[in-house]
Design a binder for this molecule. Structure first.
Ligand SMILES: Nc1ncnc2c1ncn2[C@@H]1O[C@H](COP(=O)(O)OP(=O)(O)OP(=O)(O)O)[C@@H](O)[C@H]1O
Ligand SMILES: [Mg+2]
Length: 356
């Protein structure tokens, strides 16, 4: 029942603005792929082209083995949930969910059965006689989801479906969505600009910036091996220190940060003499009293500029020359450093890498 989706060099222009550039993406049957990117990066536009509400200006799109660029939206068999769930206000919950089946001229008995099944999946059967204005935001969103899946779509598109919900409800709906997706084994493309949502829910995340797919990978690869500076700073918190590459061997090398040479770090295609960024996550940076560490390599001396005790961890900002380095230290009873303390920060070369 679930289908693959393939985008081949998909383009979209609005006037002189190239909004979606060269989208090349294969989504496997049953896969949950998230489009993650800042506001205006082209996420909704990409979704609208898949759904058939906007024609692409170039490229091809296949659902399974069938090209869909010339197929009208209602014949694509794609379910869609929007941020503003827009239920029909004059219809009951059951009538709302039945709507896509009525449009498809499904027999009445079958409609009843499918509506109950869809409402069951979102745990809203007992609300079937209510009107949308008698439901909470989260309940309305569930109905919108039931309406999108009731006709067994081969692909489900969701554009920031949790955006309007409060934090608790969002957490809950995240888990529900994942459960329903697994239960139906449906192919999903989910849009968000919330990185936590993306990391938790997706099989793979497609990071989009200025209309381009920057990196498509699973959460761990994105987090630990971002392809460039944009991905590193958009997914999770990161330190990016300007550096110069001075040794290169087999994809690894040493860089100089300020006046200090690093241990051997992974490069991403840089050559000798190039300026780049050394990337290291705050939780991979150690903080210690100045001089307490004898090892050389990835150590910088600095002064604590800001210390925030957050219970399970302390977040430090350490000024090292021109650079500020963020450190997240798990609290296990060790001494805390206060503002102005002279400290050293250090990290394992293996936990850092050089990015363009
Ligand atoms: N119908 C349109 N006509 C002209 N420009 C448009 C149109 N729709 C979108 N755009 C522009 O295309 C770009 C991408 O818009 P899009 O809605 O896809 O962004 P998005 O990634 O979904 O952003 P957000 O996270 O804010 O929803 C924006 O610069 C937007 O202004
Ligand atoms: Mg959008």
């Amino acid at each position: 029942m679930s289908t693959s989706l393939e985008m081949r060099k998909i383009q979209k222009w609005y006037g002189g603005l190239h909004v979606v550039r060269d989208f090349d993406l294969y989504v496997e049957p049953g896969e949950f792929v998230t489009f993650l990117g800042p506001s205006g990066s082209g996420k909704t536009t990409a979704l609208k082209m898949i759904a058939g509400f906007e024609p692409p200006n170039g490229g091809d799109m296949l659902l399974g083995s069938r090209s869909i660029v010339d197929v009208p939206p209602y014949e694509r068999g794609i379910g869609m949930v929007f941020q503003n769930y827009a239920l029909f206000p004059h219809m009951t919950v059951a009538e709302n969910v039945a709507f896509p089946l009525k449009v498809r001229r499904v027999a009445r008995g079958e409609i009843e059965q499918k509506v109950l099944r869809a409402l069951g999946l979102v745990k809203m059967v007992e609300y079937r006689g209510r009107y949308p204005n008698e439901l909470s935001g989260g309940q309305q969103q569930r109905i919108a989801l039931a309406r999108a899946i009731v006709f067994d779509p081969s692909l489900l598109l969701m554009d920031e479906p949790l955006g309007a919900l409060d934090r608790n409800l969002r957490e809950h709906m995240k888990i529900e969505l994942m459960r329903i997706q697994k239960e139906l084994n449906i192919t999903v493309i989910f849009v968000t600009h919330d990185q936590d949502e993306a990391l938790v829910m997706s099989d793979r995340i497609a990071v989009i910036n200025e209309g381009k797919l920057v990196q498509v990978a699973d959460a761990k690869s994105l987090y630990y091996r971002p392809q460039d500076r944009f991905v590193a700073s958009f997914v999770g918190e990161s330190n990016l220190l300007p550096c110069r590459v001075d040794q290169v061997e087999n994809g690894a090398g040493r860089v100089t940060i300020g006046h200090q040479q690093s241990g051997v770090v992974r490069l991403s295609g840089q050559s000798r003499g190039e300026s780049a960024w050394l990337f290291v996550r705050p939780e991979h940076v150690e903080i210690s009293a100045r001089g307490a560490r004898a090892d050389v390599g990835n150590v910088l001396d600095g002064v604590v500029e800001n210390a925030l005790f957050l219970g399970e961890l302390t977040r430090y900002v350490v000024r090292c020359g021109q650079e500020s380095i963020t450190v997240k230290q798990q609290n296990r009873g060790q001494p805390q450093f206060t503002n102005g303390s002279p400290v050293s920060v250090s990290w394992d070369a293996g936990n850092s890498m050089v990015l363009n």
